[in-house]
Design a protein around this ligand. Sequence first.
Ligand SMILES: CC(C)(COP(=O)([O-])OP(=O)([O-])OC[C@H]1O[C@@H](n2cnc3c(N)ncnc32)[C@H](O)[C@@H]1OP(=O)([O-])[O-])[C@@H](O)C(=O)NCCC(=O)NCCSC(=O)C[C@@](C)(O)CC(=O)[O-]
Length: 319
Amino acid sequence: IESHNSAEDDSSESSGAQYPQDLRSVLVTSVLNLEQLDIDLYRGTHHWVPRTRRLFGGQIIGQALVAAAKSVSDDLYAHSLHCYFVRAGDPKVPVLYQVDRTRDGRSFTVRSVKAIQHGQPILICQASFQLLQPSPLQHQFPMPVVPQPEDLPTVEEIIQRYLSKPDLTESAKQGLNKLLATEVPIEVKPVSPAQFYRHVSGQPRRLFWARARGHIGEGNMKLHCCVAAYVSDFALLGTVLLPYPKYKARFTASLDHAMWFHSTFRSDEWMLYECDSPWAGSSRGLAQGRLWRRDGVLAASCSQEGVLRVKPVPENSKL
Ligand SMILES: CC(C)(COP(=O)([O-])OP(=O)([O-])OC[C@H]1O[C@@H](n2cnc3c(N)ncnc32)[C@H](O)[C@@H]1OP(=O)([O-])[O-])[C@@H](O)C(=O)NCCC(=O)NCCSC(=O)C[C@@](C)(O)CC(=O)[O-]
């Protein structure tokens, strides 16, 4: 991302000059801090890999947007991206990002990015950037009314509560301790924990507060969009499964992901992620997300379709 926007040499607060390095978000210092190998060619490394042992889609989207943004001038803002996940990412090798400067228009600039491993694309992505162009046409839906993050438990606190239950099976204990041990670089506070973890079935809809772990700082909107892209793939596809407690995932994977950035925001401050799924069928499900600033401004929207192949949950099992 442009010189004054790149975390490693940013003169602003977010560069870490006035901020202890160890308190800065690992998303900035590591995951989204790509190594440049050549013009428009970058390499990204991994930090957290989901239990599916395929690279987390949010990481690949976020890194692709970082690569796209590197050749875009400071006065342009990321406003949308569209991507397909065409192969599973391999956590054992880094990812190369090859950027094509598709078009530099008067108001809009478009970049195409190919994320490559083992010589093959794993993700193809187009990202578009726009000059700031105010307009009298402005509206948004109202933000959902939910408890504030200060009034909700973190995922870690919820897991600790489950772990303290006397009738917990050994395998459930192991699974929960594994979850506790993962270093997901985002903090999450489910609005309804029982619904978030599918302990009660209901509508294909769930809300949670999310923010990057650690400090990022002001003034780096391209970087905050890359972090939001990372966050946007977290727990989104799982929304499709919420109405089906009698089934568990056997194979799930995101197929595509589209995202639109509407307003400035800070991804290292609590944002409400409202996820819902309007449709499922043919072993696929569509999930949509809206990221809200605490002051009620809609910061970003996203849509994702995924493949979901499920199997019945045995009668006596406890999720
Ligand atoms: C989507 C594919 C796999 C399509 O690629 P394809 O070659 O068409 O593969 P496929 O759909 O025919 O088979 C895929 C798997 O489903 C199985 N399969 C096949 N047919 C059936 C069937 N009828 N019934 C049951 N199983 C079936 C098949 O055996 C195979 O299993 P595997 O051999 O890999 O273990 C490929 O394009 C791909 O891998 N794309 C990349 C997807 C990806 O990596 N997305 C990002 C990561 S996923 C993510 O981050 C979201 C998530 C879920 O982790 C976040 C969250 O936790 O919410």
